[in-house]
Design a protein around this ligand. Structure first.
Ligand SMILES: [Zn+2]
Length: 280
């Protein structure tokens, strides 16, 4: 009998961490092109990290425990992806957790556009500009800043006119899929920051026209394109909902709308899926 109690006590001690804490995926299944959210609910961690595909993603403390956003790029194949997390508590003890992220394939609609030849087949001069701007954006997206994002809100009070991931054909030629979400709004409609952050870039660009990039920290960025007016400067701190500028049609655009791109750890993800994960 004594031995039985002893075995039971050993089992209890061994199993204790699994009972008093929890690491889970907010949704164990996501579609390609979305972001997955990993949540730790338990005692505060001194350090938490998860290995996912070829990435190492950190967990960040928040009021419930800690949280991490994992990018699931548009070209991610459907299937099960193992996650291995290492969690270090305040006493320096490390626990390991294994989880599986299930990625489903989402069929995306097609879009056929007709645009002036200059916009589809840029001149050598335009091409040089496009390359310079692309390098500037890539450099902007690699900043290492602490987390500023909390919850997310829509950037424009208007309907979605074009979803993320649409397979696009311009003047009959296949082009890169739509890398963001378009929101319809008349010229001059206020454009709001989707979450807290810092203005990392304000620039007039070939494709995206008057552009603002907000760095939300920990590899998360939002880019607001085709603005008619910019009302912030680089380095400004912004809060969720602050007005960054106004809807316009600058750059490669067929009419007034906001194009919003979201980059997470180097991958474009569906802005609407992110807004759904953490609503206001
Ligand atoms: Zn767009």
């Amino acid at each position: 009998m004594k031995r039985l109690w002893l075995s039971l006590a050993i089992v209890l001690v061994w199993a204790w961490p699994a009972w008093c804490d929890d690491l889970s995926l907010v949704s164990p299944q996501v579609y390609n092109g979305e972001a997955a959210m990993l949540r730790w609910q338990g005692e505060p961690l001194s350090f938490g990290v998860v290995r996912y595909r070829d990435k190492v993603v950190y967990l960040y403390a928040d009021p419930l425990g800690a949280v991490a956003l994992l990018p699931v790029g548009l070209d991610t194949a459907a299937g099960d992806y193992p996650l291995l997390a290492a969690l270090v508590d305040r006493q320096g003890q490390t626990r390991f957790r294994e989880l599986v992220l299930h990625v489903e394939h989402k069929a995306r609609p097609e879009e056929h556009l007709s645009l002036p030849k200059r916009m589809v087949s840029p001149s050598a001069e335009d091409l040089a500009r496009i390359n310079r701007e692309s390098a500037l954006l890539n450099e902007t997206f690699t900043g290492q800043t602490p987390r500023l994002w909390t919850t997310f809100a829509r950037p424009v009070d208007g309907p979605v006119s074009s979803v993320f991931g649409k397979r696009r054909y311009m003047n009959g030629q296949p082009k890169a899929p739509h890398g963001g979400t378009d929101f319809r709004g008349p010229q001059g409609t206020p454009v709001h920051a989707i979450s807290n952050g810092r203005v990392a870039l304000v620039s007039e660009m070939f494709y995206t026209g008057q552009t603002v990039v907000v760095d939300h920290g920990e590899g998360l960025y939002s880019l607001y394109a085709h603005l008619s007016k910019v009302l912030v400067e680089e380095g400004h701190t912004v809060l969720r909902g602050d007005v960054l500028g106004k809807v316009g049609s600058t750059g490669r655009s067929t009419g007034p709308h906001l194009h919003l791109t979201v980059k997470l750890l180097g991958e474009r993800v569906d802005p609407l899926a992110l807004l759904e994960i953490i609503k206001q």
